[in-house]
Write a protein that binds this ligand. Structure first.
Ligand SMILES: *Cc1c(COP(=O)(O)O)cnc(C)c1O
Length: 392
């Protein structure tokens, strides 16, 4: 597919390989293995002397189509799809690092990612140092001779902190390490980290790439040798590959990604502006607001503020829970990236298992709420939140 095409076009057309039936929509290849013409072809495929599919733990045409389309959107040379976002991070680290290596990670990353680094990789001789998402000097100071990966999410969850991708790309380069960016919140529609100096991109395709809360999936993207020799080597052997069915759902999700991200962003910006004016609200966290401490940096890296708005209500946990419980339409669930709006109280759910001190240090206070703003009419979303705010 030509690199000259715009992102909207690539989202619909990249990765299209029609079968002998000339289907218009992408075919779904539900098969675990592939048949060879003869013994010699089987041998050539297994030896890697002839390209082609062998077994769906390695490759599958529907999965390949999704990988090619997402790679086109991120501007990446290569992409491997995984069973979930977490297995993308697992495959990235297991494929590229070895015992004795060191990772520097932002404090403000997805909870399961913290657990994976701190409690699981640590058992296999991989050490992780956690630093502030926003303090570039702290990342530099944490670099050791064996540092191999710098890992971050921007904007962060739930406080929408912005990490300076270009500055941290320079720190990584000097250290001889890879800068890995989990681009879940922005997607390539709003932010393309490779353009700012990131080496590897992680996706939880479960979120905006699907966009309708249907399937789990993930992906790792970057340079051809890093992805195909390192990450894919682990994946085809260890097996957390994406299923063909989920790949097909995700392919269809990518087709509407641009219009969804634009619509999520527009609704979120208006909701954030409105929340800022409500007397029951203490503070609003949204990178698209001029009041966000890193508003300028955010808009250098991202096209919009994205679809996630967090805010603290006056009156702590009781007041926050009252807002949650007063909703009639917004879904009370921790998922995000769905066309349906969702509301979460991070301190008692996603961040509930960490200590009060750690939560306070992270700024996840008891009055904090996060809304992943969906595509319902803004008026209805506001009305659903307003009912709760009135009772605070
Ligand atoms: C959800 C999420 C993940 C994990 O993805 P799964 O598909 O649930 O495994 C990783 N990073 C971020 C930022 C997420 O929101």
């Amino acid at each position: 597919m030509s690199d000259d095409y715009q992102l909207e076009t690539l989202a619909l057309r990249a990765g299209t390989h029609r079968s002998q039936f000339n289907e218009h929509s992408e075919a779904l290849y539900l098969t675990s293995s592939f048949v060879f013409e003869n013994a010699a072809q089987a041998a050539a495929r297994f030896a890697g002397n002839e390209p082609g599919n062998i077994y769906s733990r390695f490759t599958n045409p529907t999965v390949t189509a999704f990988q090619e389309r997402l790679a086109a959107l991120e501007g990446a040379e290569a992409c491997v799809a995984t069973a979930s976002g977490m297995s993308a991070i697992l495959a990235c680290v297991m494929g590229l690092l070895k015992s004795g290596d060191h990772i520097i990670a932002s404090h403000s990353i997805f909870g399961a990612t913290v657990q994976l680094f701190a409690n699981i990789f640590s058992r296999f001789g991989l050490e992780t140092t956690f630093v502030s998402a926003t303090d570039v000097n702290a990342w530099q100071a944490a670099v050791k001779p064996n540092t191999k990966i710098l890992f971050l999410e921007t904007p962060s969850n739930p406080l929408t902190e912005i990490s300076d991708i270009a500055a941290l790309g320079r720190v990584a380069k000097k250290a001889g390490a890879w800068l890995v960016v989990d681009n879940c919140f922005c997607t390539p529609v709003l932010q393309r980290p490779l353009e700012f100096g990131a080496d590897i991109i992680i996706h939880s395709a479960t979120k905006y790439l699907d966009g309708q809360g249907r399937v789990l999936g993930g992906a790792v993207l970057g340079k051809h040798d890093v992805i195909m020799e390192g990450v894919f080597g682990f994946l085809r052997t260890a097996g957390p590959t994406l299923s063909a069915f989920n790949a097909w759902v995700l392919l269809k999700g990518l087709e509407t990604l641009k219009i969804r991200m634009d619509a999520h962003s527009a609704n979120a910006l208006e909701l954030a502006r409105w929340l800022e004016q409500q007397p029951a609200i203490e503070k609003v966290y949204y990178p698209g607001l001029p009041s966000h401490p890193q508003h300028r940096l955010a808009l250098q890296q991202q096209k919009t503020g994205g679809g996630i708005v967090s805010f603290t209500v006056k009156g702590g946990k009781q007041a926050a829970w009252r807002v949650v419980d007063a909703t009639r339409m917004i879904s009370i669930t921790a998922n995000l990236g769905d066309v349906k709006s969702t509301i979460t109280h991070p301190a008692s759910t996603t961040h509930g298992r960490i200590s009060q001190e750690a939560r306070d240090a992270a700024g996840v206070v008891d009055g904090l709420l996060r809304i992943a703003v969906g595509l319902e009419a803004l008026q209805d979303i506001k009305a659903d939140v307003e009912r709760g705010l009135k009772s605070v």
